[in-house]
Design a protein around this ligand. Structure first.
Ligand code: C5P
Length: 358
């Protein structure tokens, strides 16, 4: 069987303005929803971003990746994906009735978002089709495929791109979750994690969500007990920072560390925001600060402004500031807003990919 992949650059769903904002009263991707309503089932998923409360780099592995010990948690900054089979009526829209399936990515114009087959959500669709054995994979380069029924992934992004919050991995996890349902693959969460591991180090965690201790490349996971909710100010930097650049910078500027995550794990168990603030740790900070010296100043600024702790999120450049509670987070965000292109308050943990109404 054959899965024919057609990955389009950018389509504007009806109901969105050219600047990417939604029309008043419009649901995201309403054009897609209308087409979906006419054509067949639609599955929608909301998927949270990831933060690292602790990240230690133990050294470089034989496969070139870096050996990590990291504590990851989902945070309430979400992307949304709607998936559906669309196209001319009467062409057998149920996936099981077909051997060939195009996959098309719709999204607003977002600077830096990988297009088409370079996007992890599309790659996740291919990987799932292959793993589930429901469809085979090939690429179509002509326009004929748009005349046929195809699967559309409509991506609504809120997670910063290349921001150190696993936005691409979250989209891959969302696509795996939603298409598993749409295509009736019936893969288990463990199966989806295994498919996700081939797509990126953070994808297995994003498939599951919650709070986890990870080792290896960051994809060997153990669930971790976390009581209560923690409140953050998520401070986005202007320019993205590619993950690979930060690890290369670590190779140049840093040495393997032996620091352990016990203090973070204890703070999560005891719902102690003050202890968590003091224990936040990220070995990638010196590597990212070498590339972007202003990030170090921004971290100091957040601490001076009253954060219980501040840490680079993953490979950055997003910075996280921890607050005592929701009110303190709101007040802190107002104090620091002028310093960053975007700040928002968020809470963790934020569950995992969640199927929601289309
Ligand atoms: O796994 P993923 O594709 O998300 O990783 C992006 C890049 O980050 C890799 O190509 C690699 O350069 C770097 N990386 C690493 N060690 C890890 C995870 C990521 O060197 N544990």
């Amino acid at each position: 069987m054959l899965l024919c992949v057609r990955a389009e650059r950018t389509y504007h769903a009806r109901g969105r303005r050219r600047d990417g904002a939604l029309e008043p009263g419009a649901m995201g991707g309403i054009g897609v929803t209308r087409e979906i309503a006419a054509d067949g089932p639609c599955v929608s998923v909301r998927v949270p971003a990831k933060i690292n409360l602790f990240l230690a780099v133990r050294g470089v592995r034989e496969d070139g990746y870096h050996e990590l010990v990291t504590v990851m948690q989902t945070v309430s900054v979400f992307d949304k994906l709607r998936v559906a089979v669309v196209g001319p009526p009467g062409q057998g829209h149920h996936p099981a009735s077909r051997r060939r399936m195009g996959v098309e990515l719709w999204h607003d114009l977002v600077a830096g978002l990988p297009a088409g087959a370079d996007n992890l959500a599309v790659r996740a669709a291919l990987a799932l089709g292959e793993a589930a054995g429901v469809l085979d994979v090939t690429a179509i380069r002509d326009d004929n495929s748009r005349a046929n029924a195809r699967t559309v992934i409509d991506l609504d992004k809120d997670i910063p791109i290349a921001g150190g919050m696993a936005g691409g991995s979250a989209d891959a996890a969302g696509a795996l979750t939603a298409l598993n349902r749409l295509w009736g693959c019936e893969l288990t969460k463990d199966d989806l994690r295994a498919v996700g591991a081939r797509l990126g180090s953070d994808v297995p965690f994003c498939v599951v969500g919650g709070t986890a201790l990870a080792t290896g490349r960051g994809n060997a996971l153990a669930q971790v007990l976390c009581r209560g909710t923690f409140h953050w100010v998520v401070c986005q930097a202007g320019e993205p920072l590619p993950t690979a650049d930060v690890y290369r910078s670590w190779d140049t500027h840093c040495k393997p560390s032996e620091v352990e995550p016990d203090a973070v794990l204890q703070a999560l168990r005891s719902e102690d925001a003050v202890a968590l603030g003091a224990a936040l740790h990220n070995d990638l900070e010196p590597a990212a600060f070498a590339l972007r010296p202003e990030l170090e100043d921004h971290k100091k600024f957040l601490l001076d402004a009253g954060a219980l702790g501040a840490v680079l999120s993953g490979s950055g450049p997003t910075l996280l500031a921890l607050a005592e509670d929701a009110k303190a987070a709101q007040e802190l965000s107002e104090r620091v807003a002028a310093e960053f292109p975007q700040v928002r308050v968020a809470r963790s943990p934020a569950g995992g990919p969640e199927l929601v109404a289309c």
